[in-house]
Design a protein around this ligand. Structure first.
Ligand SMILES: Nc1ncnc2c1ncn2[C@@H]1O[C@H](COP(=O)(O)OP(=O)(O)OP(=O)(O)O)[C@@H](O)[C@H]1O
Ligand SMILES: [Mg+2]
Length: 570
């Protein structure tokens, strides 16, 4: 459950009452609203800590988020339109008397809006008071202890690629097929379910010395569901160092001819990551049609059918799940912090719990690292591990095929409240997008999702708090670090696994954290009917820009319902 919006509204109210010279006229209403919000916040905090799952509470949370955001909007409007104008001396007084009537109307309007919101919150409060959440017991070891552990672990952040296990056997099988110049086989496909490690294996092969030595050129392209041939071909031409400015304006057919002819004459390895279905392959194949060539195509896909469709002499490699020993090895690498003392081990009870939890992951690497990530933030508390273990049992006791979905859901539910809006905010970024950490941190702060912390004498500025949050998401394996600063180990850029992004999008939509507007529902969102202002489009390389019809720019946009209304295009 999420009470971030309530906290955010409370914070805004707190800040504004200090900022504005006077709340004269609405102070009573604002105080009434703040006290309702405070009750709601503590209620949700308790309910969240003990994971009360109840239909009424769930729908109330969605409603309270909306009401809290509305409250923020109204208070901010008051601050901008009324309170700020009250500052100033005598000259302002003359101007102000002219505006007195207008101000009076506005004041009246704001007053009644606050009262309406407060009444709605009161009604919700009344319903929720029927639930005595305290009888479930309140969690004593809350986020503060986890914060301490996080701080103590900051010097040992794990970089995902160092943690790879197994794959030796797979590489041994695949590399000879790739290097075989006599065979008719042109296309090799690594298949298996989502999160099994297909991309990880393809990456290993891409860096394998024998492979690098054999092929004259190597290229990598991420394909995905919303594949655009032009983008894929341009990416490959760019990796092959033959993409010119003129090519970018060239007709798409010419681009594929250029690529096809280069692949025919030069010994290249092209990796196409994540081919969704045979139609996607059909769209891309004109560039890979050369037969008399020593070039090879390695693709990864969840779909077994593609290989027979792509090449009748093609080679299908079905990647297997990790065996138990490999699963346990991977789990330990993630869940247990590295330490300077050799022979560092967890105690027998924790080992037993860990082994049992790993078994539930059925050898799926993504499930293992996410579970390990959850436990890493709770190390070395046996009590915390026991709690996660109980959750694993309740989340993963049904359908074996749904292991991954359940572990991903658990990883979200296990997030402490302050990390949830940070995580949900990531849903705005396009699939497979390498997110620059510094830009994200600026956005988090600008949106009021992260702010400075005052704990005793040791305050932390907002940037430091945000960096800590990002590290914690990485430690939980909910994001994949791409680049770190060598000296400070700070995250410079990261990505999100597509399956984790799906969770992020669905939770964001469910909690009304964001709206996704695409061609199908554009008309229903009032903003899209007229001018759309892309507040953060400079993030994607455009400067401030206004468009009437968003379909020229993007296939979908997401709208973040926060302090400001932020719009991202995908
Ligand atoms: N053998 C392994 N050892 C350690 N970690 C692994 C291994 N295989 C996969 N992982 C980790 O699991 C995560 C998912 O792997 P990957 O992205 O390769 O899966 P995938 O099969 O390509 O999934 P999708 O079908 O969604 O593209 C990655 O973060 C990766 O680091
Ligand atoms: Mg993949």
């Amino acid at each position: 459950m999420d009470f971030s919006a309530v906290s955010s509204a409370l914070k805004t109210i707190g800040e504004l009452t200090q900022e504005v010279t006077s709340l004269w006229g609405v102070d009573e209403q604002v105080e009434g609203l703040a006290s309702e919000l405070r009750w709601m916040q503590s209620f949700l905090k308790v309910a969240d800590g003990i994971k009360v799952d109840n239909e009424l509470i769930r729908t109330s949370v969605v409603e309270i988020r909306e009401l809290a955001y509305d409250a923020e909007d109204v208070i901010e409007t008051f601050s901008l339109k009324v309170a700020s104008k009250r500052k100033g001396g005598f000259s302002n007084c003359i101007k102000r008397s002219a505006c007195f009537l207008k101000e009076g109307c506005l004041l009246h309007q704001i007053k009644s809006e606050i009262e309406k919101i407060t009444a709605k919150i009161k009604e919700l409060t009344r319903q929720l008071k029927t639930y005595d959440v305290s009888k479930f017991g309140v969690d004593g070891e809350g986020p503060s202890s986890s914060t301490e552990r996080r701080v103590s672990r900051r010097s040992y952040p794990h970089v995902m690629d160092d943690n790879i296990v197994g794959l030796g056997k797979d590489i041994k099988k695949l590399v000879p097929v790739l290097l075989d110049e006599q065979s008719e086989c042109r296309v090799i496909s690594i298949c298996g379910m989502g999160g099994l490690g297909k991309t990880t294996l393809a990456k290993k092969i891409y860096h394998e010395s024998q492979v690098v030595g054999h092929f004259k050129h190597l290229a990598w392209a991420y394909v995905s569901q919303n594949c655009q041939e032009r983008k894929v071909w341009e990416d490959i031409l760019s990796d092959l160092n033959i993409l010119s400015e003129a090519d970018k304006k060239m007709k798409v057919e010419k681009l594929s001819e250029k690529l096809s002819s280069f692949l025919e004459k030069n010994k290249c390895l092209v990796i196409l990551d994540d081919i969704w279905n045979t139609e996607v392959w059909d769209n891309l194949k004109p560039a890979f049609s050369a037969r008399e060539t020593k070039s090879k195509i390695l693709l990864t896909s969840r779909n077994k059918e593609i290989i027979s469709h792509a090449d009748k002499n093609g080679f299908l490699y079905e990647l297997q799940c990790l065996n138990y020993e490999q699963s346990w090895e991977l789990f330990q690498k993630i869940a247990i912090p590295p330490t300077n003392s050799p022979g560092y081990k967890i105690d027998a009870k924790m080992t037993e719990l860990g082994e049992d939890m790993v078994k539930h992951c059925a050898g799926l690497p993504l499930a293992i690292i996410i579970l390990g990530g959850i436990l890493a933030t709770k190390y070395p508390s046996l009590t915390e591990w026991l709690k996660v273990s109980a959750n694993v049992k309740s989340y993963l006791n049904n359908d074996k095929g749904e292991v991954l979905r359940d572990v991903l859901a658990l990883s979200y539910d296990d997030l402490p409240p302050y990390l949830r809006p940070c995580f949900l905010y990531l849903s705005h970024f396009p699939e497979d997008y390498e997110i620059p950490a510094d830009r994200l941190i600026q956005l988090w702060i600008a949106e009021g999702i992260v702010s400075s912390k005052q704990e005793g004498d040791e305050g932390q500025i907002a940037e430091d708090v945000a960096e800590g949050h990002l590290l914690e998401l990485a430690e939980r394996c909910m994001i994949q670090v791409r680049e770190r600063d060598i000296a400070t180990l700070k995250i410079r850029s990261f990505q999100m696994h597509d399956l984790m992004r799906d969770v992020c999008l669905s939770k964001g939509k469910q909690q009304k954290f964001l709206y996704i507007a695409d061609q199908s529902n554009a008309a229903s969102y009032p903003l899209l009917g007229g001018f759309v202002e892309f507040l953060h489009t400079n993030f994607f390389g455009y400067s401030a820009l206004k468009v009437r019809a968003f379909d020229h720019f993007c296939s979908s946009i997401s709208l973040y319902r926060g302090r400001k209304r932020t719009i991202f295009c995908h």
